[in-house]
Design a binder for this molecule. Structure first.
Ligand code: NAD
Ligand code: UD1
Length: 341
């Protein structure tokens, strides 16, 4: 069996960390990326960390000819599909761009896979597909819903993959629903490098800690949570990356279903203020904050039941809150301009 894994969006935040873990587990990532939200420096750093050359093609998942060229040049066994746009607010402003990139891109990719005889795929879904859950922790069989074009694109791609599998059960499909990825490789050489003002909590806190922003706006202090601020299941990106390796290894097990849907979270919820305190400890800097209005579309609490991941993939998160903040801080303080410097 070839160990070549096509990694779409492999230069991005989760993709670059996954490439490191894939190489360390003996897989050979073949990266495709159009660099719309990343830089080739991340791949150079992956090479530096692993001591291995990363096979890389610059191009777009919506370009069928490009995909055929890559698939015909490399003996691809499976695909991890990260490529897509991911900012919720932007998706409301630019729905067509999101549907084109995420949904059309996925359809073109899955067609190219089928026509080139590649039928194993791991897809990056999100806890956003659970909408506002009625009970907690969140299990994989909870009802699904979407409140914005980004979430709808994830839900739709999940549906497309389920239908592909129902039509041809030779496909092996694993839908990984990520909770809130944070942290960075412990070397401080790769990490999250948002192009713009960060939308997500931890990249924003990290920039307050290095002095790029004066204070954090805490979106809502009146939620029904222990301290009134939103609670989320933050998961270290290296744990998340290892979940992808386990998902590929699970394709080789005969006793598992060929369509798996798995939460990747820790099962532990932390509030915004818990994160502020933890980051203050890691950075040694005070994080100024102001409690402001709730952000539209936010929910009070979201955390996973991660027990199915342990059962089917033999995976569980190993890195705790302190490590998430220490590693984010190392990355942010050593690379205050991200990869641009
Ligand atoms: P990212 O933006 O860092 O990585 C995505 C990569 O895909 C980037 O390198 C980008 O340049 C590339 N890309 C985008 N459109 C492309 C296209 N049409 N063709 C080729 N390359 C393209 O994002 P990430 O945080 O690493 O997320 C990876 C995946 O995980 C995304 O699908 C995202 O929706 C999903 N996800 C992310 C989170 C999160 O909080 N980071 C949570 C849940 C799900
Ligand atoms: C967001 C997305 C979700 C996506 C996930 C991972 C929204 C509404 N949801 O989830 O679809 O899957 O990212 O990419 O954007 N917060 C602040 N101040 C800030 C930023 C965030 O108080 O400046 C709070 C939020 O209100 C929330 C928590 O921090 O309670 C985490 O926010 P964030 O990192 O944006 O993740 P989610 O909203 O959970």
């Amino acid at each position: 069996m070839s160990k070549n894994v096509l990694v779409t969006g492999g230069a991005g935040y989760i993709g670059s960390h996954t490439c490191v873990e894939l190489i360390e587990a003996g897989f050979n990532p073949i990266v495709i990326d159009n660099f719309s939200n990343s830089s080739s420096v991340s791949l150079e750093r992956v090479e530096e960390l692993t001591g291995k050359k990363v096979c890389f093609y610059e191009g777009d998942v919506r370009d069928r000819q490009f995909l055929d060229t890559v698939m015909q040049a490399e003996e691809i066994d499976s695909v991890i599909h990260f490529a897509g746009l991911k900012a919720v607010g932007e998706s409301v402003e630019k729905p067509l761009e999101y549907y084109d990139n995420n949904i059309s891109g996925s359809i073109i990719l899955f067609n190219a896979m089928r026509d080139n005889g590649i039928k194993k795929v791991v897809f990056s879904s999100s806890a956003t597909v659970y909408g506002d859950p009625h009970t907690l922790p969140i299990k994989e069989d909870f009802p699904l819903s979407a409140t914005n074009p980004y979430g709808r694109s994830k839900l739709f791609i999940e549906d497309i993959l389920r239908d592909i599998y129902y039509a041809d059960n030779h496909w092996q499909v694993t839908l990984l629903r990520y909770f809130n990825p944070v942290g960075a490789h412990k070397s401080g050489r790769i990490g999250e490098d948002p192009n713009d003002i960060p939308n997500n909590l931890i990249p924003f806190i990290a920039r307050v800690a290095v002095g790029q922003y004066e204070y954090l706006s805490v979106f809502g202090g009146d939620y029904d949570t222990p301290d009134g601020t939103g609670v989320r299941d933050y998961i270290h990106v290296v744990d998340l990356a290892k979940g992808h390796v386990k998902a590929l290894q699970a394709f080789e097990k005969d006793d598992l279903d060929n369509l798996l849907t798995v939460n990747l979270g820790t099962g532990q919820g932390y509030s915004v203020l818990d994160m502020v305190k933890a980051f203050e400890q890691s950075s040694g800097n005070e994080i100024a904050y102001k409690i402001v209005e709730r952000r539209a579309g936010d929910i009070a609490t979201c955390y996973a039941d991660p027990s199915y991941a342990k059962e089917v993939l033999g995976w569980q998160a190993e890195r705790g809150l302190r490590e998430m903040c220490d590693d984010t801080w190392r990355w942010q303080s050593q690379n205050p301009q991200g990869y641009a410097a």
